[in-house]
Design a protein around this ligand. Structure first.
Ligand code: PMP
Length: 368
């Protein structure tokens, strides 16, 4: 027998668990991780090279620990796109929004504390909770994947969680959460504890509706998290950020590692922000493709959950994993998120989406 994880004195709650991650398979069409299919434009690649070259000259020094220039740029982006004024004191950045979420749970969760999310949703919320010793509570949703507000309010009153997660648009289902729902959950969370409410807006740029950033006004226990992995087409960069009351930004600095955000990351993200307008044009194309996927999947005869994201949840399947495999056999990788009866496809380029639609048309014929 080989020596393995379970032979090491790992923490009890990690025993028997597997690392999170979608399969990284080498297939012609990969539509499984909600990435942006468009490579960065050449002018931006050049600008990144310039900015990184400059940063490289100072790599003997630690980076700007407070990432002030980058946070200022991110605050401007949020202000310009939401109309809600924010400045550097409202924004914090880290290595992907996963790290932002981890820092929030290290700050507001932890041993003896709990967090709640309404599932199915982004499973990393629960996994990062576990990794930070925070108890996890799985809250309810309706059959149509919208949040069951009265049941959610009851769950918050009963469990009095320290952190409440709301993902809008939700992953993997795609639907956006109306502001009234977030307000109702925020009120319930304040009455119960008070606790922090984290709105995960990783996909908000693809939404038909507006960001919930204006709700930050007068709500110091509300946090909105964002990422450059989706709309900015920079999943490889690892840059996530949050907007909140300045006190929240001060609080997460109690747990961040010093110099957590490398000078190379900061330089690259600043270059990407300079090209915001071009990158947001790709978002418009992807929204059109997403709407086409919804319409065509319905025309083929699939059920589709309303989508405000760059992906679409479709079904229903007696055995979603078997269907996932049939689509993969046709060279297209989609995602089985473990939601019984459903699969998720990311909007790709028009050619990739055509290949996906051809595959699922064939699969549908076989199943009829
Ligand atoms: N939130 C949601 C809802 C996501 O789907 C993802 C990525 N799949 C993330 C956060 C994390 O993104 P990143 O760490 O790349 O910013």
């Amino acid at each position: 027998m080989t020596f393995g994880i379970d032979d090491l004195p790992v923490r009890d709650e990690l025993r028997g668990k597997s690392p999170y991650g979608a399969p990284q398979l080498d297939v012609p069409v990969r539509l499984n991780t909600n990435e942006n299919p468009y490579p960065l434009p050449e002018a931006l690649v050049e600008r990144i090279a310039e900015r990184v070259r400059e940063a490289a000259r100072d790599l003997n020094r630690y980076p700007d620990r407070d990432a002030v220039e980058l946070r200022t740029g991110l605050a401007e982006y949020l202000t310009n796109t939401s109309g809600h004024p924010l400045d550097v004191s409202n924004v914090w950045a880290a290595n992907g929004s996963n790290e932002v979420i981890q820092q929030l749970l290290q700050t507001f969760g932890g041993p003896g504390r709990t967090a709640i999310g309404f599932e199915p949703s982004y499973s990393m919320h629960g996994l990062i909770a576990r990794g930070t010793g925070t108890g996890w509570i799985s809250g309810p949703r309706h059959e149509d994947f919208t949040i069951d507000v009265p049941a959610a309010v009851r769950a918050i009153a009963e469990h009095r969680p320290d952190v409440v997660f709301v993902t809008t648009p939700n992953n993997p289902t795609g639907n956006a959460v109306p502001p009234e729902t977030v307000l109702a959950l925020y009120e319930a969370a304040q009455a119960a504890k008070p606790s922090m409410v984290v709105v995960d807006e990783a996909y908000i740029e693809f939404s038909h509706g507006a960001s919930l950033l204006p709700l930050l006004d007068g709500r110091p226990n509300l946090v909105v998290s964002r990422t450059m992995s989706k709309a900015f087409g920079a999943a490889g960069l690892r840059l996530g950020y949050l907007a909140a009351h300045p006190a929240v930004v001060d609080a997460v600095q109690l747990v961040r590692l010093p110099y957590h955000l490398s000078a190379v990351t900061q330089a690259t993200a600043l270059a990407a922000l300079e090209h915001t307008d071009t990158l947001l044009k790709y978002v418009e194309q992807l929204k059109t493709e997403r709407d086409r996927l919804v319409a065509e999947l319905r025309a083929i005869g699939y059920e589709v959950t309303e989508s405000d994201a760059n992906f679409v949840q479709f079904g229903r399947f007696a055995d979603s994993h078997a269907t996932w495999r049939k689509i993969l056999d046709r060279g297209v990788l989609v995602r089985d998120n473990g939601v019984p009866g459903w699969l998720r496809v990311t909007a790709g380029t028009p050619e990739e989406n055509d290949a996906f639609l051809d595959a699922v048309r064939e699969v549908k014929k076989e199943q009829n």
